[in-house]
Design a protein around this ligand. Structure first.
Ligand code: AMP
Length: 385
């Protein structure tokens, strides 16, 4: 289905205007800005155009009139490429949604508060908050009066706009291609899956979901899930399917997975693959191959940061031995990277994960994992593009 109406929203300074401009200039969308519709109504009513007068006008007519008017304009335009901008309330989206159903998709733009404040300061538009205090007051109002969180919860796509305009454009292009990138990365321990997953995640702005990392994090935080998984992980054996499956189901239902994800360490068994297949279509399985001796050599020299999870090994050594380059915390050897556990994990890998490859054979791409990190990524990039 091709996208028709796009609704765009985000907090102040998140980059809504840049998204609208790009959709207009590159994809020839018409923009219906709800704030402009409101201003037009204010003119017709002969009232002021300042923020307070506009809010009063909204109050006078109730919360749905602006959205209803916007729906009328869209119907009147009878165009199939429309962006609704400047939505402030949940109703602003829910009313067009009721009318246009699947033909309308909501794009939410997120950005960190400090980044947004810097943008606003640079923009210096009349009425923009001048100090961080004013900015916070505005944020509070957006949350409490306009219920931004609620409107954000309807998002079909979430754009993370903390970077450059170019990054933002790439994310929009991806949405416009409507190509979901549901990727599985498979490879024996030490094949460099984690490194490649991070690179893919950055390049395509899709989350890297490592079940091993999720478990380790749960153990570190002392959660019930962590307690259940710990005894299996320390022995280098697989956590029971029902525990992993629930974990993955919950994770991929989150908003940031709407345009895709990279699964690393899942599915590891045929039954996990079948379950995954029943809830989501996988577009691509990247199988990074190395033989067992390379695996063992790489893993036994692998050290991980206790705090941030960064990984070091033969090829990527820390600048100071035993300390993380990034956060200076202590590096340690995971219990399951010790020789006995590695052998067990490789044996399990061959026995249980290879059937997963057979299951997905129509979308599997084999990659030689003995190449450099850059070469492997080049190959993956070629496949994904
Ligand atoms: P990894 O970091 O991916 O090697 O995972 C570390 C450990 O977490 C594994 O040895 C398993 O005990 C557990 N684990 C991670 N993913 C799965 C999975 N898909 N199924 C079962 N256990 C898993």
């Amino acid at each position: 289905m091709s996208l028709k109406i796009l609704a765009v929203t985000g907090r102040i300074g998140s980059g809504k205007n840049s998204v609208e401009d790009y959709l207009r200039d590159k994809y020839e969308y018409k923009i219906i800005n709800m704030a402009d519709v409101l201003r037009q109504m204010a003119k017709e009513e002969g009232c002021g155009l300042d923020r307070q007068s506009l809010q009063n006008l909204r109050k006078k007519y109730g919360n749905t009139f602006l959205a209803e008017k916007t729906v009328k304009i869209i119907e009147w335009l009878n165009d199939n490429k429309i962006v609704i901008g400047s939505m402030r309330r949940p109703e602003d989206f829910l009313i067009p949604k009721q009318k246009f159903n699947d033909n309308i998709k909501l794009i939410v733009i997120e950005a960190r508060k400090d980044v947004r404040f810097q943008r606003i300061k640079k923009r210096g538009r009349e009425g923009d908050p001048k100090t961080i205090k004013e900015f916070e007051t505005q944020e509070k109002k957006d949350e409490e009066i306009f219920e931004f969180k609620k409107i954000f919860s309807y998002a079909d796509y979430v754009i993370d706009n903390n970077g450059t305009l170019d990054d933002l454009h790439k994310q929009i292009d991806k949405i416009m291609r409507e190509k979901k990138m549901n990727i599985i990365l498979i490879g024996p321990q030490g094949s460099g899956k984690g490194t490649q997953a991070k690179m893919i995640s950055e390049k395509y702005s899709i989350p890297h979901i490592s079940t091993g990392d999720l478990f380790r994090d749960a153990i570190k935080r002392g959660t019930a899930l962590g307690a259940k998984a710990e005894k299996y992980i320390n022995q280098g054996i697989l956590v029971p399917d029902e525990i992993v499956i629930n974990l993955v189901k919950e994770r991929i239902s989150k908003h940031d997975c709407k345009t895709g994800f990279i699964l690393d360490g899942f599915p590891r068994t045929l039954s996990q693959a079948k379950m995954l297949d029943s809830i989501v279509k996988i577009n691509c399985v990247l199988n990074i191959n190395i033989n067992d001796s390379v695996s063992i050599a790489r893993l036994s020299s692998r050290r991980q940061c206790r705090k941030c999870g960064e990984i070091y090994g033969k090829e990527v050594k820390p600048k100071i031995e035993g300390r993380c380059d990034k956060c200076k915390s202590e590096l340690y050897q995971r219990d399951d990277d010790k020789p006995e556990a590695i052998k067990k994990r490789l044996e399990i890998y061959h026995r249980q994960t290879i059937p997963v490859l057979k299951y997905y054979k129509s979308v599997v791409h084999d990659i030689n994992g003995k190449q450099t990190v850059e070469k492997i990524f080049e190959e993956i990039f070629g496949i994904l593009e």
